[in-house]
Design a protein around this ligand. Structure first.
Ligand SMILES: Cc1cc2nc3c(=O)[nH]c(=O)nc-3n(C[C@H](O)[C@H](O)[C@H](O)COP(=O)(O)OP(=O)(O)OC[C@H]3O[C@@H](n4cnc5c(N)ncnc54)[C@H](O)[C@@H]3O)c2cc1C
Length: 303
């Protein structure tokens, strides 16, 4: 079988694209390597998605996924390993098979960046986490460190204020870069210290994480903690398409205003693209516009 479009990733971008594609009667299938919903599955609360004043990320992801399933879009829980351009036909390779399609939509999002300091590997998922929603409850009545000062760091620190006894936020700049409202709330929290102009240089502990060594302008300082949460930026999930030469030096996919890459018939939407605002609404918008252009591309192929 040759699909009209194969969508890689079931975050907000991929799921919106699936809805638009199915409603346009395209022969579509969506791949997902993890849980459906993408990053929002692990988002504590979403307060900026129009129509919902406040809902959990998990609830929003579930609503979107149910919408996709109700329309009858097939979802394959496999990781896509490669995309091959054969001209009018593309191949999507997974561990289990090769799928043929006329167009591909890459919607694989981003993952959090790691610090790359000593002992980080040793304590990964055993003291060091990238998801407060998932792992925060493990640190009930304990001390934690949050690394970073952007929206994710500040929002997740706020979430942790209700769980941990104390939170030390380590930020490499002289200010927090998150939304002012969230920054204000964090500064008001009684169990939070913010250390500016500081960098984590090493994680401490033998069998168990005991804290982090940070470098400030005054020198090195050890901070005791039972857990660490890192929020220092994002890495696009695009290495599986590196052969196509469609990404910039940071790995983000470059697209035209039709969301098509420089390879005809291969489109990309959402956080994995070069873009300024990485949010649910922008991912959803990308998915819808990309699909409209996929429809046009397919129509042109028939002429
Ligand atoms: C902690 C946190 C809080 C946030 N809070 C908000 C908020 O309040 N409001 C807001 O608007 N935005 C928020 N965001 C940002 C928002 O979640 C993202 O902008 C949005 O999820 C991007 O959607 P996406 O579809 O592009 O990618 P993603 O959500 O990253 O989804 C990509 C999907 O592709 C899958 N995938 C990746 N590679 C492959 C592969 N090779 N094969 C198969 N599947 C693959 C992944 O498993 C994932 O499910 C938050 C993000 C985080 C991390």
């Amino acid at each position: 079988m040759i699909y009209d479009v194969l969508i890689i990733g079931s975050g907000p971008a991929g799921m919106t694209a699936a809805i638009y594609a199915k409603r346009a009667n395209l022969n579509v299938m969506m791949f997902e390597k993890g849980a459906p919903g993408g990053q929002i599955v692990n988002t504590f609360e979403v307060e900026n998605y129009p129509g919902f004043k406040k809902l959990s990320g998990y609830e929003l992801a579930t609503n979107m996924f149910e919408h996709v399933l109700e329309l009858g879009v097939p979802v394959t829980f496999e990781e896509v390993k490669n995309v091959i351009d054969l001209g009018k036909i593309k191949e999507v390779h997974t561990e289990n098979g090769i799928y043929q399609t006329k167009t591909v939509l890459i919607a694989t999002g981003v993952v959090p960046r790691s610090l790359g300091v000593p002992n980080e590997d040793k304590f990964q998922a055993n003291g060091i986490s990238w998801c407060a929603i998932c792992d925060g409850p493990l640190y009930k009545d304990k001390k934690v460190i949050v690394v970073g000062g952007g929206n994710s760091a500040v929002e997740e620190s706020l979430f942790l204020t209700n769980i941990a006894t104390h939170i030390t936020v380590v930020q490499n700049l002289d200010h927090l870069t998150a939304d002012p409202k969230a920054v204000e709330l964090l500064k008001q929290a009684k169990n939070v210290d913010i250390i500016y102009n500081a960098e984590v240089k090493e994680f401490l502990g033998d069998a168990q994480l005991e804290g982090a060594r940070i470098q400030t302008k005054e020198g090195f300082k050890d901070i005791q903690a039972d857990g660490v949460f890192e929020y220092i930026g994002l890495v696009p999930i695009t290495t599986f398409v590196s052969d196509l030469n469609i990404t910039n030096s940071m790995g983000y996919v470059e697209v035209s205003d039709t969301f098509e890459t420089k390879v005809p018939g291969i489109f990309s939407a959402g956080d994995c693209n070069v873009k300024k605002i990485r949010q649910i609404v922008t991912a959803v918008s990308d998915g819808a516009i990309a699909t409209q252009n996929i429809i046009k591309y397919l129509e042109n192929q028939h002429e």
